[in-house]
Design a binder for this molecule. Structure first.
Ligand SMILES: [Zn+2]
Length: 225
């Protein structure tokens, strides 16, 4: 793995709860320099890791620190607590400070419903609960100027698969869909548009990711370094 230490200047709290999940994101912008500047700024919010378009992995902080990558706001939590029938009728337009009620179930939540209902009522029932930042490792993957059909390029999937395998094994996180989550799984209200989840996106290729993670396990580990 091509790992580059890129420490953030932000003071981050020491982790007090065990790591139970990994949250995969896609960056809000395509410009790598701007992503790095924000994730390392004293007031910046960012993940533990970023996978660039070239497959380079930046580490901003140790896994023993809490990183600010997937907060659930109090207003969001209140809606989730009321269950699917309620929160699925609310959206949170990006750039605004509060949720808005819509008529009936919001179309963008279809993929969330298909994946998680009827097993759970809301993201609060996922292993990350109401405090994903305190319970997970965050991995951002750089958005591409011209996204591929599967959101990211093959080099990114390969690097992400290897990183997830290493982080999961180190922390005893099960490698399955309940514990390797997308930001849109844990924060659907603020990570969905009318077409679906946006982070890392409904076209993110989970099956391909599993094949890469398991493939590198079968190879016994440090295959391609
Ligand atoms: Zn995200």
């Amino acid at each position: 793995m091509n790992l580059v230490e890129t420490p953030t200047r932000r003071k981050l709290p020491r982790r007090i709860a065990p790591i139970v999940a990994i949250v995969v994101h896609q960056t809000g912008q395509t410009d790598l320099a701007k992503c790095l500047a924000w994730y390392t700024a004293e007031a910046g919010e960012g993940p533990h890791y970023l996978v660039t378009a070239a497959g380079v992995v930046h580490r901003f902080t140790g896994e023993n620190r809490v990183a600010w990558h997937a907060a659930i706001k109090p207003d969001e939590q209140r809606l989730y607590r009321q269950g699917w029938a309620t929160w699925s009728r609310w959206i949170w337009p990006s750039g605004t400070n509060e949720p808005v009620e819509v008529a009936g179930e919001f179309a963008g939540y279809r993929s969330w419903r298909e994946r998680w209902r009827p097993r759970i009522e809301s993201p609060l029932d996922l292993p990350t609960g109401k405090a994903p930042n305190y319970l997970s490792i965050g991995i951002e993957v750089q958005s591409l100027e011209k996204p591929t059909a599967t959101v990211f390029n093959p080099v990114q999937y390969t690097a992400l698969g290897e990183l997830i395998r290493v982080v999961a094994m180190r922390n005893g996180v099960p490698i399955d869909r309940d514990h390797i989550l997308g930001h849109q799984d844990v924060c659907p209200l603020r990570r969905t548009n009318p077409r679906g989840g946006t982070d890392p996106g409904d076209r993110f290729d989970w099956d391909h990711l599993w094949s890469l993670v398991r493939g590198s396990q079968l190879n016994g580990g440090n295959g391609n370094g």
